[in-house]
Write a protein that binds this ligand. Sequence first.
Ligand code: CAP
Ligand code: MG
Length: 446
Amino acid sequence: MFSVCPEWFEKEYWINIFTAEESDIDPDDNIIALYYVKPSGNLSLKSAGINIAAEESIGTWTEVGTITKDVLRLAARVFKVEKMNGSGIVKIAYPLELFDLDAGISHLLSIVAGNLFGMGVLEGVKLLDLHLPKEYVKQFKGPKFGIEGVRKIVGTYDNPRPHLGTIVKPKVGLDPKQTAKVAYEAAMGGVDLVKDDETLTSQKFCPLEERVARVMEALDRVKEETGRTVLYAVDVTADLNQLWKNVDTALENGVNCIMVDVICDGFPVLRALAEDPSVKVPIHVHRTMHAAMTRNPEHGIHMMVLAKLVRLAGGDQLHTGTAKGKMEKPMVGKLKILEDYSGVKGIRRINDFLRSEWYGIKRVLPVASGGIHPALVPANLELLGYPDIQLNAGGGIHGHPDGTLAGAKAMKQAIEAFMRGIKLEEYAKDHPELRRALEHWGYKYA
Ligand code: CAP
Ligand code: MG
């Protein structure tokens, strides 16, 4: 059994150290974390919050004689507690001085998302959001390109519209020549970006060097034939030494975008890539493995937090989920106050953050992906916001009964129809590729 609460936290003196009135918290001088908290046993929500504040700032399980008056200014403070059926939300302010600003995201996480996840006094705890003050955000360069930079490359800056991306499928197994053929057809069909799947790096059956060379040669042909620049996001994910070899090889072979699985590789790796002067191409950020942290409604880290960290670290495009598709949506308990973080609303909130002004840090293009096919385009654009969004379709392009070229055209037509305010069924009458797609998949996942 857990110990209900170290008795020293019950002393009024310490309660005063680790709590504050909301009016006493200056948001310019504190990093503020919003947690969903489910205390163990009959521990109060406030005590649970104090346990977190203490553990992640100056406390431990017992009072220590080594603490000095001077140390107390570094105490984190619980300043808001909202209960509902035993669990609830807790807001904690961490004084900016607690953070090593030069140490970046890894250090930030060691505090706001550290030991607290394993504490016995908590049955569950989920970090839902982080307020980062200007002084903190200003330590980061953020994306090199952002939405506007990517649009300039792709040619959609003057007339912004949703971008279309594709994941080459099958997700692994094709050789470089076959991959390039699929990329060429998708690009001729109208996609703006071709990407590797998150599990393809440089396996023997599809070495990265040859793959990049062949795909870029195919996309150069598309440029000659259509005048359009199509991005190729090659997956460079690997342990650090190999990752840099992958990046160098890809850049030497003319790649115009790179992709990294940010949760597998870590935020500091993304930051290093984005800040390196040799990486003069946008970074497409895949979030595979995120659901280990984001999926449990009562424990873990919300995608909102991961999205903020990706923007700080410098991702230009980030997967944030679909309104209609094959993947699960974020859920946060059953608390009414948390509705804004749940379901489609929760994804929209993330997308709106990525598209908003943030102390001059460039905007990130949200990517909706996972089970998308033409019939799902209108709902996804409407619910997730447009035109600053990219829709990715893998199966929804390469699974088209008439092949990849037709599949890409059908997705493109669905986007066009939506942007022109025309119903898909109407547009499909004189767009055979779209018509075939609607007949083939119907309204799966709708
Ligand atoms: C999509 C995808 C992406 C998911 C990841 C896949 O392919 O390539 O990895 O979108 O989910 O393998 O599922 P399909 P999320 O279009 O064929 O489904 O974007 O939510 O992180
Ligand atoms: Mg994938």
